[in-house]
Every structure is written in structure tokens, then in C-alpha cells.
Design a protein. Sequence first.
Length: 562
Amino acid sequence: MRGQSTSTVLSNPLGAHRTPGVRMEWLDAAPQGRSIVPTDVAGFVGVAERGPLHSAVRVDGLSQFQGVFGRTLPYSYLAYAVEAFFANGGNRCWVVRVANPDDAVAASAIVPVGDADTALVVTASSPGTWGNAVECHVRPMMHGRFSLELRCGGVREVWRGLASAPDASAGRDPIAVLNDLVTGSRLVAVRWWADGVGYPAGTAVGYPSAGSADGVLLTGGADGLSTLRPEHFGAEPTRWGVEALDLVDEVSLVSVPDCFSPPASQGGVPRPRPCAPKSSVELRPPRPVFDLAALARVQQAAVWHCERRRDRVALLDVPREGVDGLPAGTADVIAWRDQFDSSYAALYHPWIVVPDRNVTSRTPTSRTIVPPSGHVAGLCALGDNTTGVHKAPAGSVLQLAIDTAVDLDSVEHGDLDHAGVNVIRMARGVRVLGNRTLTKRHSWLGRLNVRRLLVALEEQVAVETAWTTFEANGTKLCGELESLVRDVLEDARRRGLLAGATPDEAYSVCCDESVNPPADLAEGRIACLIGIQPPPPAEFLVVRMVRTPAGVLAEQPGGGNG
């Protein structure tokens, strides 16, 4: 028999009883805390130098992003957005690399490793021109074995003691060693070559002599960017772009910074490639510049993804240029905003100036202009981790932000805020000064922090009540559900996520016969009516200054909801 107590009392060690009978053993029952559903995880979709296509990859830091997806590119904003996310307080994100999968090709080469008839097909670990810089150096060893050295700029891998034939009894199988998902190569994948079979046309064939310093250079890599289309950033029923994030439940923020293509004047000059011989340079690869209609389709796909999932919000950026090709003015921004109507999205303007990570000189004065959604995602994550998801993602200084691309005055700020655009301005640092969603309905869901709070509570309730599926339906289950939901909301109130000094002021829960008639229960349906009081952000704080004989005093501070 087992019971529970706050201390353990054992007259004999477990298993030490020597006579038959019933023994009482009181075991400690450690209190189980509630596992809070994460709300600070972002999902980024964009163009990268390398990495798997249309597959979400977990990234826990900037160095990991660079190891998987490569360096900052002159034709992409993705690396800037991810760097800004971590700099502003983010801890974890998921990244999806986009390209046209029909045209993206991984570089490859046939590398002899034994006699003239024995070779490996060596293929870059992911599509892209980056693979054209991978060098393979083969060194023969004793007893029919060889070593393979791979070089790509500053990255170097050495694999020793590999078998030089598929059926060799000595040496390690190169297929098993290099292709291992955990301990294998990060640069290439290999397989045995069959003469004339199984490798792309134009694959390089190298026959370096033993001991030669020259290696085999992979060739044929293509980025698949010249035919990039809006649907590659997200379209049902494909798993492209944002739809690849559908497989990741923990994502709560979505950003697609690379629907915009940087202008040729922004980093479009030849520059040395760190993953290639010193003499080679990289020219800006062709990438189509989407018009405003295509940009709207990409952003709308991100919004639809969030609405369908109901567990995340999209952070959108305003195009830098209006319909006339000139920098977007207030009227252009409001017209862009009017295309959307969703509480699962928020729009930010203007773009911001950051240090340029994509220049050769690396001078302190080098700057570039980037969309702000990556910075805002980091700001959301910071607020979630330090205060709670109920905190409006606004007010704090944006890290890595030097200036705004456009200076807005108070009149423009007011017009944009009234239209539902979150404005970024210089105010003792670059700050987000807005907390709006893109819903056109005048309700609490017009506040981004309220929408994110509701998403978090819905997720928490779903997790806590998942066990009730297929349970015997009836009034008893209704009572258990109501008790569980009250526990979740009370925990949220105690953590400051809800307004109200008492539970009755902060929330209400009803799961009785008034909302669950016998006919619904008989059909297996249970409804639970929940009401909450979210904390209003102090967007407009009014302080009345009163002059008295004792001096000037603040008589009546108060807040409005704007």
C-alpha cells in the first residue's frame, strides 16, 4: 500500500522485509508545478546562403544560425532579423530557408578514393552556390584505407581511416561515418559512385595524384533564387515558407523579412567570399524584386497562416517605397495597412538603420537599412521572459538600432497610430511606440498584447484539458473542466497577466448546465464560457497638474485606453 506525506518514513529499506505481510511505505510527494506554454519563440522565413530548403530548423543562438545557414548576404534580410531577435532578448527561434526547390541544386563531384573504378559522389549538404567552394582532399593510408579532408573557407573537416571500397574489410564505412545525422559531416553527404549512374550531368570528376595539394572542387551548385516566386514564401497546400512552420507548435511570432529584396545599391558590389579561394569574388545573384501586389500576397499568406493556427501572430513590415516608387509616405502606409483585417497581425513603420554586417571594410560608420520585424520579435520575447506575455511589446529601446529610416512628426505619428500602424521613432533611442493589431474592429483585440495574452491562455487551457478527450461525458466532467480552467486563470492572475484584485474581478468561468444542455452532452459536446479582464496598457497617461499654496502637485493620475 502507498500513501503520500511531506516526509519519508521507512522502518526498513525497500525490499528488506523478510516476513510475509502488508507493509506501509510513505513516499514523498513533490508538488508538481504547472508547465507554462512558451510564448517567446519566433519563426523566421527568408533567404539564406545555405541550409535545408523549406524545413524549419531550431536555432538557439546567432552562432548556431551562422553555422547552419551561413553568413550575412547582400541580397537578404534574414540574417539581420535573426541577429536582431537575439540581441533584443530572444532565446530560441525556428528558421525556414526559401528558394525555388525546382532550381536549387547542391554542388557535387566524383572523388576517386581507391583504384580507378572506386570513387565517392560527394554532394554539398544543402543546395546553393556556397557548395562550389567546398574542396575535397584525399590522402591514401595503409591497408586500403584513406583520409578525406574537406575545406570551405575557415571550416575544415578531416575524416581518417575510411574504407576505400564498399566491401572492404578494413576501415570505417565512409557512408555511415560522413552521413551520420549527429556526428557526420556538416559540409557534405557521400555515396559510392556507379559508373555513369546516379549523379547529375556536369558533375566534376577529379583525379588528384597521391600527396597532391590540389583537391577536387565541388561544382554545379545553384541557389534557386532567380525564379523565386511569392508562393515560395508560403502557400497551401505546399509546405513552403511559412507553411513549414505549421509543424512547429511552439512558434508564437512569425516574421518574413525577405519578401523585400534589398536594392542593388545596398551591398550589391563584388566582395571576397570567405568560403572560397581568395581570388574569387561573389557578384549579387539575380533575385526578382516583388512588386507591391506580390508583397501583399506574401504578407497575407503569413497572416492566413497565423489565423488558421490561432496560436501565433505575424509581425509585418511596411514596404519602403510607395506606388510611385518614392519612399513611402503616410498615405502609402495607411493604404498598405487597409489591405489587412486581422487581430493575428501587427504592422510596423518605418524601417530602421543598423550596423552593416555585409561590408568588406567593417568600418564603424558602415550602416544599412533593414525591416524592423526581427527587432520587434526580440522585444516581444524579452517582455514575455521578464514580465509576461501581457506586457505590450513597446517602449523599450531597440538594440542594434542606430536610427530610423524616416523621421516622423507627431501629426504623422497620430494618423498612423489611429490607423493601426505601430510607429518606430527616436525617443532617447529607437523605440516602438505602438501596440496595435490590424483588426478593423474597435475591441480589445486591437491591442497586440491582449491578442497574445488570449493566445497564451488558450494554449495553456488546451494543454491542461487535453486529457479530457474521450472521457465519459456528463456533469461530472463539466465540473472537472471548470475547476481546471479556474486553476489556469488563477495562476495567470497571480502572475499578473490579468487585471483585478480578486478572482471575481479578473475572470469568470461557467461550465454548468446553463451552457451545456443535455442534448449537447448526449452528442459529446461540452462548452466552457470564459471571461477575462486583461490589463490595459497605459498608452495615454493623463496627469492633472494643480497649483496649490504648497506648490504644483499631480492631483489625479489616470490612464485611458486610446
